[in-house]
Design a protein around this ligand. Structure first.
Ligand SMILES: [Zn+2]
Length: 394
């Protein structure tokens, strides 16, 4: 019996044009047989074939332990109903062009992530780290985005404090950690209006939701760049509202533009920023992984000036402040080498440093042990499954 390769791939409306099998990979040239695209103008089916468009490379489920790559030659169709008969490239439900994989493969990676780390999955299945992270982010969005739009982006009269806190946390998570474009767009719109970047030219922070202001300003400075950064700096000079000032500083610190990020860190040394306020800049700055290396360089170069400005009750937290994202013995040693000779002059610094180093080393040992452990657990379930199917065959 011959099994057509289409049946093995188990994808709707495709035909395989060519297959190449190597020791580790199966490469299939395929095309869609569906026969239409959805017109980008009217949303109806565009059915008149126009031309072949780009070829998408898509990862698919492995077959017999071989990595499967599909090369999908996409098609453009004309809409016969719209004026000018516009053309649209076909997109199908069974793949995700941005994630560069089939939905079945994304689902496969998600299952692989259970009790495992992104790095492990990336190594085991030979998928770039960012691609695995993208699949995980899309999953998180699928869980929380609906909740976010139900909660809305503005405080409502009937909101309890729990509802407000939930809105704040989900907005922060989706906008700053997952970086979901849809949620960011909503927040940036409020941020641009509040900073006068929507054409009004006037800063009026009351135009942004007060509970989300901190996240709104962070996202807006990231997306709108220098004009937002400058508007925030200017507003900070005259604003006297404590919470708004904290949010403005967090906005400055959040920039991922290297030059602006350096400017934000330097701004913390400016006397217009009160000593009790500065942590807002630096916490928000090192929250962005892109800033961490430069922030560490900055601290070493400006240590004396920075320490001078830190309030006495905060100096003990200094080692922790710049430790975000550190998760290896070498990174712990680097932090220790810098702070060990300096902690004597920091009230509570001794304790702050040892707690921070302990946390980093715990993270490092978790990373070292989690991989093999997850693999053991996986092998165990495989054996159980094997035994069960064997028993079932009798
Ligand atoms: Zn149309």
């Amino acid at each position: 019996m011959q099994i057509p390769i289409e049946q093995l791939l188990n994808l709707p409306d495709i035909q395989v044009l060519n297959v190449e099998i190597t020791e580790r990979e199966i490469k299939c040239d395929i095309e869609s047989t569906r026969g239409y695209s959805i017109c980008h103008r009217c949303g109806q089916k565009a059915t008149k074939f126009f031309e072949h468009a780009e070829t998408l490379t898509l990862r698919h489920l492995p077959i017999c332990e071989k990595d499967v790559y599909l090369y999908l030659r996409t098609k453009r169709y004309r809409c016969l109903d719209c004026d000018g008969r516009p053309t649209t490239t076909e997109r199908c439900e069974w793949y995700d062009a941005d994630a560069k994989c089939t939905k079945a493969f994304a689902e496969f990676l998600l299952r692989a992530l259970v009790n495992s780390t992104i790095i492990d999955v990336s190594i085991k299945y030979r998928v770039p780290y960012d691609r695995v992270r993208g699949v995980l982010d899309a999953y998180a969005t699928s869980i929380y985005a609906e909740r976010m739009s139900a909660l809305g982006y503005h405080r409502r009269a009937a909101d309890t404090s729990t509802t407000i806190a939930l809105r704040q946390r989900i907005a922060h998570f989706l906008a700053l950690i997952v970086r979901d474009p849809g949620v960011r767009k909503e927040l940036v719109a409020q941020g641009r209006a509040a900073l006068g970047l929507d054409g009004s030219g006037k800063v009026d922070l009351s135009r942004a939701d007060p509970d989300l202001l901190r996240t709104i300003l962070r996202v807006t400075v990231q997306d709108a760049g220098a004009p937002a950064f400058d508007a925030v700096t200017k507003e900070f000079a005259s604003n006297r509202d404590t919470n708004q000032r904290y949010s403005l500083l967090a906005g400055l610190g959040a920039t991922r533009d290297p030059a602006l990020a350096e400017k934000a860190r330097d701004f913390g040394l400016d006397p217009s920023v009160q000593v009790g306020e500065l942590a807002n800049i630096y916490e928000s700055n090192v929250d962005e992984p892109e800033n961490r290396a430069a922030a560490w360089q900055w601290l070493q170069a400006h240590y004396a000036a920075y320490r001078e400005r830190m309030p006495a009750f905060r100096v003990g937290y200094m080692p922790k402040m710049f430790a975000d994202g550190r998760c290896s013995g070498a990174e712990a040693d680097e932090l220790s080498a810098f702070f060990a000779p300096r902690v004597k002059e920091l009230v509570g610094g001794d304790r702050g440093l040892s707690q921070t180093l302990e946390a980093i080393r715990q993270c490092a040992s978790l990373r070292e042990h989690e991989g093999p452990k997850a693999l053991d657990a996986w092998l165990e379930t495989r054996e159980t499954h094997g035994a069960a199917s064997k028993a079932g065959s009798h």
